[in-house]
Design a protein around this ligand. Sequence first.
Ligand code: AVI
Length: 321
Amino acid sequence: MEPSRTVAAADPAFRADVLAGLAAPIPAVPARWLYDRRGSELFEAITDLPEYYLTRTERALLERHSPDVAQIVGKDDAVVEFGSGSSAKTPILLRAVEPSAYVPIDISGDFLRDSVDALAGQFPHLPIHPVEADFMHPITLPSAVSALPKLGFFPGSTIGNMVARTAVDLLRAMKDTLGVGAWLLIGMDRIKDTDMLIRAYDDAAGVTAEFNLNLLRRINAELDGTIPVDAFRHRAIWNDRMSRIEMHLEATDDVAFTVSGTPFSFRAGETIHTENSHKYGLRDARLLLRAAGWGLCQEWTDEADSFALILAEAEAPRFAP
Ligand code: AVI
């Protein structure tokens, strides 16, 4: 008799994305599937790596410039955070702008509950109105904040994980959610020395490699896959034309495997594209925001100009010549 195996319940969307992605002419799996429980833990570990400058640089910018943000936008706004706000960055902003309300939006109810618990402990008098929703689409905010001025918050350079078209769609949806006249404080990673970028996405301790390879382990566990994980290696590549770091899983040998019974084969050197991380020059960032109806108000960078914290304002539509 076959030994019984415990297989985690498969998400039909995960299965559909993996089967379609592995069969595509340029094999690719959407990056969101990197973030199962183990993937999220590994990403947290990445943010502490000496090579991963993004998190600590953005946090330092927030420490230094949140008071400037408060001076520009005023106090008593509703802070609307796109994504889970449990990270260490949100309290820095909340302490400076002293909002009237805080609205965290996340598609994951679990992340949302964790972040609300963490922040409610630190800000016992702050009204918190969590919204479980996909912020890629316009959202109706809770009526309790509808009359308040809004400050959107989207830190972490998450915008960089989207191709330009999707990034503009998201920025437009944020504008629709917050309304004309609202503010948006957003973190964007800058174009910089290629070696520094590669090191940030291919660290010496191999944590990013493990984060990337975890996708194959997840496919094996949840989609009944037979991928020989050891036959793939992590690659971080700078794509200059697209201005982005790409993460790939490269086959080191010719391999054949199945996922949910569907056969796949890769020749040595072929890759599965797993993530993009776009980097923006000063004018690129402004253009991206403008394309979605956001006008630049102020931007702050570190001394090395490695990361930008940008404050933009949702502009009223106007006749263009
Ligand atoms: C979540 N995101 C902003 C990270 C980044 O830098 O693009 C994801 C990441 N992937 C590998 N290292 C970090």
